[in-house]
Design a protein around this ligand. Structure first.
Ligand SMILES: [Zn+2]
Length: 294
């Protein structure tokens, strides 16, 4: 079917080898952030976020930024292009946007993929800030939204001895100049501003799922059952329930956290991905059935 005249089509690149790794797909939320910035009406909002992030930080001034880059040992051209700060601000915006859009599952995908690209997390590129700086930003956004507390509460209710989810978030938050580029308050203010503008993005940002449902889905996955919500958990009656795919992905990540901490579960990362992929397809069928029987 031909796209409507008003429909814009964006190409988003994702490695073909990871096409079945659905737990890593939330990184596409970051790429959709870049697509959003390319739309003039959304760029106005992004510019406001850029301003919030850079006020009082080295990103606000080329000389300060040059000194900051030298202080972290970045090899620089003779004059630092003001464009570098612009590229970095867009990266920060896209990380916040991706997390708001795809929910906490974005954190797992973001941390996993970025740590592969730069295990030490210290490399500052002309187009991208150091990985640890970005991971620290994600940690603060997650804290601001209260989502990590919710996830830890779920884990705690499964087994109080389980470690916190995504320990790498705390590991990244070290007191080094190349990590502490943005102030916490600025990041928190940027999140609030983007949420305030959610209607401008079609109200598509992630809405947290019921904690009880997420917990049951994670436990289901842990038992090698796709995290589909087709039963009432308290009875064996078959019911069809709608379920946002982002909740399936979060349940998958929580299950993976449980598997990593367990000694007696042989699930591999690829298995958890396969279970979640099956669940997303089945849940899609359930949604069609619900639509049909309305
Ligand atoms: Zn990017």
């Amino acid at each position: 079917m031909a796209a409507a005249a008003s429909t814009r089509i964006f190409n988003v690149v994702f490695p073909r080898t990871l096409k079945n790794h659905v737990l890593l797909h939330p990184i596409l939320g970051h790429e959709l952030g870049h697509a959003a910035v390319s739309v003039p009406s959304k760029k106005v909002i992004a510019d406001r976020i850029f301003n919030i992030l850079k006020v009082g930080s080295p990103l606000s001034d080329v000389d300060q930024f040059t000194n900051w880059l030298r202080s972290i040992g970045m090899t620089l051209p003779d004059t630092v292009s003001p464009q570098i700060a612009g590229y970095w601000l867009e990266e920060f915006f896209c990380d916040i946007f991706g997390l708001l859009l795809l929910g906490p599952a974005f954190v797992g995908a973001h941390g996993t993929l970025l740590s592969v690209l730069d295990p030490g997390g210290k490399v500052a590129g002309q187009r991208h800030p150091p990985v640890r700086t970005r991971v620290r930003l994600v940690k603060i956004v997650l804290d601001e939204l209260g989502w990590r507390t919710e996830i830890d509460a779920i884990l705690n209710s499964v087994d109080p001895t389980l470690p916190r989810m995504w320990q790498f978030l705390d590991d990244a938050n070290i007191d080094e100049p190349w990590v502490q580029l943005l102030k916490d308050d600025q990041i928190r203010a940027a999140v609030k501003e983007l949420i305030r503008c959610k209607a401008d993005f079609g109200n598509v940002f992630y809405q947290p799922c019921d904690q009880y449902i997420i917990k049951e889905l994670a436990l289901q996955t842990f038992e090698s059952i796709p995290p589909v919500r087709q039963q009432d958990f308290e009875s064996d009656d078959l019911h069809l329930h709608a379920l946002d795919f982002r909740c399936i992905l979060l349940a998958g990540w929580i299950c993976w956290g449980m598997v990593e901490a367990a000694s007696a579960n042989n699930l591999k990362f690829v298995d958890v991905n396969r279970l979640c992929e099956q669940a997303i397809l089945q849940q899609r069928a359930i949604h069609l059935q619900l639509e049909y029987t309305k």
